[in-house]
Design a protein around this ligand. Structure first.
Ligand code: SIN
Ligand code: CO
Length: 388
């Protein structure tokens, strides 16, 4: 926790304009942004990535080739010697949960809301290494950290996918619309559905900031689980006005309308649906590295620390509000709905909007008892902590 909260990564506004990017490329077409980061320095080294891949709680994957054959294994991994010095790559998911320095790489992309963020992934690859040609269903900013890689990206649509290995979905080779080498500080943005293949030229670290949305299937499945847990939406259709039918086999248009209305009433119930969305979207998708054994702070200590140190949100933690729930004293964190005194709304908004909360941002609240005790609970939960 040595990080002092200074923002280490900033997109160079002369090479990357977020409004232009959103208008021209976001969800539309891939693009290479040369030197999007000024004087880029990778936040983590290959050895540290290997160290993380040795941890049980961290999701990691090795992808390598044996001649023409593709192979994939899931971590933890102890040793990489057996792989030699080419044709393999090591991928670690949710790096933002495990490396505070690396989590900083997400910050330049905060012009896209946090509920859209999937995770920060890192891949270390040796010459010839990569995961092979494939298609992803998320938007990704692949930031070249160290070394050189050649990226080929094809156009969307009409690509056959197949399992190159049980854990490796590939697509057929494609005609590239981008075929170029990337260097440290360059970003390759790829929207969902565009086939791509990165082959390493020189030992390389690349950092992928991924954004995604859920399919309707997964939302509906999440909604069903939520309603069962909360014992909500148990109403049944009632039809006391029913008239006799001559067609007992028919589900009449009028009856279908009742069934549709049953769904509609649920969807129109803002209280239930917002609670579901807040809880569902803030649910951690990867294990969090909760800050344990934070010394229990006294209220006086919290007050003092707020005036002197940055307050940090745990890497990968999702915390959200709706404008309407903020005024009712409700926000969502780590898959739960949490209540607070409505007078704290500006502070809760601040905690959800900023990974790093500086003393200046909270100066009006350092002596507010309600805020101090609210914060005490977050510190106890290990979801926020003070930077040193
Ligand atoms: C990689 O860095 O090897 C994979 C990144 C991707 O294609 O999404
Ligand atoms: Co990909």
């Amino acid at each position: 926790m040595a990080h002092n909260g200074a923002n280490m990564y900033e997109l160079d506004s002369s090479t990357f304009n977020k409004e232009t990017f959103l208008r021209e490329y976001w969800q539309k077409k891939p693009v290479i942004i040369r030197q999007a980061f000024k004087n880029f320095v990778a936040p983590i080294e290959a050895d540290e990535v290997a160290g993380l891949a040795g941890m049980e709680e961290v999701q990691s994957r090795l992808v390598y080739r044996d001649g023409e054959k593709w192979l994939a294994e899931f971590g933890p991994f102890e040793d990489f010697e057996r792989l030699g010095d080419k044709n393999w790559s090591l991928i670690v998911q949710a790096l933002d949960n495990w490396s505070e320095e690396s989590a900083q790489m997400v910050e330049p992309f905060r012009f896209i809301p946090n509920w859209r963020l999937d995770d920060l992934m890192v891949s270390f690859a040796t010459p010839g290494g990569g995961v092979g040609p494939h298609i992803d269903w998320y938007d990704v900013f692949i930031c070249q950290g160290t070394g050189v890689r050649n990226w080929r990206v094809g156009d969307k649509g009409g690509h056959t996918e197949f399992a190159a290995h049980a854990a490796l979905l590939h697509c057929e080779d494609f005609e590239p619309i981008i075929d170029t080498k990337v260097y440290p500080g360059d970003i390759l943005y790829i929207p969902p559905g565009f086939p791509h293949d990165g082959v390493t030229i020189e030992d390389s670290l690349s950092f992928s900031v991924g954004f995604r949305t859920d399919s309707t299937t997964s939302l509906v499945s999440g909604l069903a689980d939520f309603l069962i847990d909360e014992e909500l939406a148990t109403e049944q259709i009632e039809d006391p006005q029913r008239l006799a039918t001559d067609n007992s086999g028919a589900i009449s248009d009028a009856d279908y309308e009742m069934i549709k209305q049953q769904f509609q009433q649920l969807i129109d119930n803002k209280e239930i649906m917002q609670k579901f969305a807040g809880v569902f979207l803030s649910e951690p998708k990867h294990e969090l590295d909760l800050v344990e054994n934070q010394e229990p702070f006294s209220n006086v200590e919290i007050s003092e620390l707020l005036s002197s140190n940055n307050l940090m949100r745990l890497g990968g933690l999702k915390a959200f509000y709706f404008d309407s729930t903020l005024n009712d004293g409700v926000f969502y964190v780590k898959g739960e709905q949490v209540e607070f005194e409505p007078q704290l709304a500006p502070m809760v908004k601040c905690l959800c909007d900023n990974v790093i909360v500086t003393p200046a941002m909270v100066s009006d609240y350092v002596d507010n008892e309600a805020f101090i005790s609210f914060l005490g609970e977050l510190l106890d939960a290990g979801t926020w902590y003070f930077a040193e």
